[in-house]
Design a protein around this ligand. Structure first.
Ligand code: BGC
Length: 445
């Protein structure tokens, strides 16, 4: 039996969301198109050809949804700002309706005693900037910095908790190397340019927030996965090290002043030389107040000479006969424990917050009720591992469940349900799942 009070009085419990996944009104109220609007408009990119709009229609329903956050007992609400709602063309003219929307949302949180955590970039780049090359273009950095300044000056008096980027490895790899997320670009050249500009944006963003907002608590998030070799052969062990460089080390190490993790992988060494990234080590460094960790699965990898560049292959949870979620992701709280420890070992990581944690299952609404015992079990396992970390002295400041309600799950469209609240996408009717009620009780304990 685990209780919220076991984590101490100051531990922050929250629920996380992202603009593109919930807001809707993609072309209304002055918003400019984002790369996700463009990407989802094309057929064949998203499961069942689901279109992004109106998602959860959060733009119109935010007050009811914040009331649900309150009802479940969460003290923190994490949301992101849609860049193209503030700056429809990515830079230049400001859309005052967009500015007002986030003021209203922030005020709604504050009147309910809920602390807002703002993510500045959760993957929905303005299409106008993508037309210039997006994250592959050097011009992105000035545009991003201007966007950060606008948000900081506008909301910095009311909001003290900020997250610069959501999972930089997620969007640079899926969007600029594998092409399965927006903007659908592929290839190593695109990937490495996107990585470099992203690592700069990550630190620049932190510095701007620091200079514009007094008493700001500044973080950024990383996806992370413990990477294990499938056998103890030298080739599998080296394959696991390469994957670890990509999945875990690529973006945190530059913030620490260590540059990119070149030692275990000659491809990264070459990237460093070709792009001259060592000259930028100082600029890529930033002393974040906290880092956000988001772990969804461990990875077991095998050497495979036929896979270009990385020469590694994932041995899926299913084929290893491990328990997994509807996404095929292994449920393994021990590996969550291990990966948090790996990040906590960096000497300059001050505090860690779990900024997303959750699972998708095949939920069904039957007679007004969603029974989701697997998700409850999932949270129990992961929260127990978290408590163990906390008791061992890791500086853990809070935990946010992913996510408030079923939403647009990127390439999976509306088919993957991660919410604590079930959403009927035809009627937008919300129904709290059993796991939502479980959290409600847990947060009182
Ligand atoms: C992202 C979320 C996403 C979740 C589940 C995270 O990588 O930040 O936007 O919905 O994983 O896939």
């Amino acid at each position: 039996m685990i209780n919220a009070s076991d984590f101490g009085q100051n531990f922050l419990w929250g629920v996380a969301t992202a603009a593109a996944q919930i807001e809707g009104t993609a072309t209304q109220y002055g918003k400019g198109p984002s790369i996700w609007d463009t990407f989802t408009a094309k057929n064949g990119k998203i499961k069942k050809n689901h279109k992004l709009d109106p998602a959860c229609d959060f733009y119109h329903r935010y007050a009811e949804d914040i009331a649900l956050v309150k009802l479940l007992g969460f003290k923190v609400f994490r949301f992101s700002i849609a860049w193209s709602r503030i700056l429809p063309a990515g830079r230049g003219e400001i859309n005052q309706e967009g500015i007002r929307f986030y003021h209203n949302l922030i005020d709604e949180c504050l009147t309910h005693g809920i602390t807002p955590y703002i993510t500045l970039y959760h993957w929905d780049l303005p299409q106008a900037l993508e037309d210039e090359g997006g994250w592959t273009s050097f011009s992105i950095n000035a545009a991003f910095n201007a966007f950060v300044s606008i948000c900081a000056l506008e909301y910095g008096d009311k909001v003290k908790n900020w997250i610069v980027l959501n999972e930089p490895f997620g969007y640079t790899s899926l969007g600029y190397m594998l092409g399965v997320h927006a903007p659908g670009k592929t290839g190593l050249g695109n990937f490495f340019s996107a990585v470099l500009h992203t690592a700069l944006a990550q630190a620049d963003g932190g510095k701007i927030l620091r200079s514009e907002i007094s008493k700001a608590n500044i973080g950024t998030t990383f996806s992370c996965s413990e990477v294990l070799p499938s056998t103890q052969s030298d080739s599998d062990i080296l394959a696991a090290k390469r994957v670890d460089c990509l999945m875990n080390r690529l973006f945190v190490e530059p913030t620490q002043g260590m540059g990119f993790p070149t030692a275990n992988w000659d491809v990264l060494e070459k990237f460093q030389i070709e792009y001259g990234t060592w000259r930028l080590h100082e600029r890529m460094k930033f002393d974040f107040d906290f880092i956000g960790l988001q772990n969804y699965f461990p990875l077991v990898v095998k050497y495979n000479a036929f896979i270009p560049v990385i020469q590694a292959w994932e041995v899926k949870a299913k084929s290893r006969k491990k328990p997994h979620t509807a996404m095929g992701w292994e449920v393994n709280a021990d590996s969550f424990y291990n990966i948090v420890k790996q990040f906590a070992a960096y000497p300059n990581v001050k505090n860690i917050m779990i900024t997303e944690n959750g699972a998708a299952y095949h939920d069904k609404l039957i007679n007004g009720r969603v029974e989701d015992p697997e998700r409850i079990e999932y949270f129990k396992l992961y929260l127990n591992a978290l408590l163990k970390l906390k008791k061992e002295g890791i500086n853990l400041t809070g935990c946010m469940a992913w996510t408030l309600m079923d939403n647009f799950e990127w390439a999976e469209g509306f088919t993957a349900r991660f919410g604590l609240i079930y959403n009927d996408f035809k009627t937008q009717e919300r129904s709290i799942k059993d796991s939502g009620y479980w959290w409600q009780n847990f947060l009182k304990s």
